[in-house]
Design a protein around this ligand. Structure first.
Ligand code: DC
Length: 226
C-alpha cells in the first residue's frame, strides 16, 4: 500500500491545525485532528456524568462512545453516537476536562487504534496529514515526515485568544496563557504517552512566521523527505 503520512505534532496555539489543513489541501491528502477525538470522548464522558476525577470510572466507559471522523481538510468534523459535537468540543467545559480524560491509558489505546485505522484507510487514496501530540511517536512512528511545531507562550496564547473572539469561550490573553501552561504541564507529565517530540521530528518555531510561511516550509520538507 502506498500513500504519504505527515505527522504534525505540537502544543495548542502552535498553529498546527491551520498548517495541517493547509498542507493536506495543497497535497490533496486527508486530514485527521486527533485532539478533536480526545475532546469528543471528553464531551461524551461529561454528558454521561462520568466522574472525571476517577480514572477507573473513565477507563470503564472508554470503549462505549461511537466516534466518526470526517477527514476532509475543507470540512473536518466529528460525531459521537451520531451527534455533531464540533461546537461543544471547543467550549471551556471540554477544554478544562480533556487533559484528565486523555491521560487515561484505556482512552489512549482506543483512540490510537481508531487513528491507525483511519490512517490505513487513507493510504489507497494518497495519504493523510495527522495532527496531534503523539502522532510522530506513537500513532504513526513510521511516518516519513514528522514535524513538531512550537511557538512562544505569548504567541500561542495570542493566537488562541484571537480564534475564540465571538465564541462562548472568549477569553483574555493572560487567562489563556495560564490555561495553556496548566494543560502543557498535565499533558507532558502524564504517564501514558506524554507529549514529547519524536527523535526524528523536525522542529519548526512558528513564532515569527505567517501561516503561509509555515505551510510553504512544511511542503518543502515533505518534498525533501518523502
Ligand atoms: O490539540 P487540542 O488542544 O485540541 O488537544 C486537546 C487535548 O487532547 C490536549 O490537552 C491534549 C490531548 N491530546 C492528546 O493527549 N493526544 C493527542 N494526540 C491529541 C490531543
Amino acid at each position: 500500500m502506498s500513500g504519504l503520512v505527515v505527522a504534525m505534532d505540537g502544543p495548542s496555539g502552535s498553529g498546527k491545525s491551520s498548517a495541517s489543513r493547509g498542507v493536506a489541501r495543497a497535497l490533496g491528502l486527508r486530514y485527521l485532528d486527533t485532539g478533536a477525538m480526545y475532546r469528543a470522548i471528553t464531551w461524551w464522558m461529561l454528558q454521561q456524568g462520568v466522574d472525571l476525577a476517577d480514572p477507573a470510572a473513565i477507563a470503564a466507559r472508554a470503549g462505549e462512545p461511537v466516534l466518526v471522523m470526517t477527514t476532509d481538510p475543507d470540512a473536518p468534523g466529528v460525531t459521537v453516537g451520531g451527534v455533531d459535537v464540533n461546537g461543544p468540543i471547543r467550549g471551556p467545559e471540554v477544554t478544562g476536562a480533556v487533559s484528565a480524560v486523555s491521560a487515561v491509558p484505556e482512552v489512549r489505546r482506543r483512540l490510537v487504534a481508531l487513528q491507525q485505522e483511519i490512517i490505513a484507510a487513507s493510504l489507497p487514496e494518497g495519504g493523510i496529514v495527522v495532527e496531534g501530540r503523539d502522532t510522530g511517536t506513537v500513532v504513526a512512528p513510521d511516518a516519513p515526515v514528522k514535524i513538531y511545531l512550537t511557538a512562544s507562550a505569548d504567541a500561542r496564547a495570542r493566537r488562541r485568544t484571537a480564534e475564540l473572539i465571538g465564541t462562548a469561550a472568549e477569553t483574555t490573553v493572560e487567562t489563556q496563557k495560564a490555561d495553556m501552561a496548566r494543560r502543557d504541564t498535565l499533558d507532558s507529565t502524564r504517564k501514558a504517552d506524554p507529549l514529547a517530540m519524536a527523535a526524528d521530528a523536525i522542529e519548526l518555531d512558528t513564532t515569527p512566521l505567517t501561516l503561509d510561511d509555515v505551510i510553504a516550509e512544511v511542503l518543502r520538507l515533505v518534498k525533501e523527505r518523502a
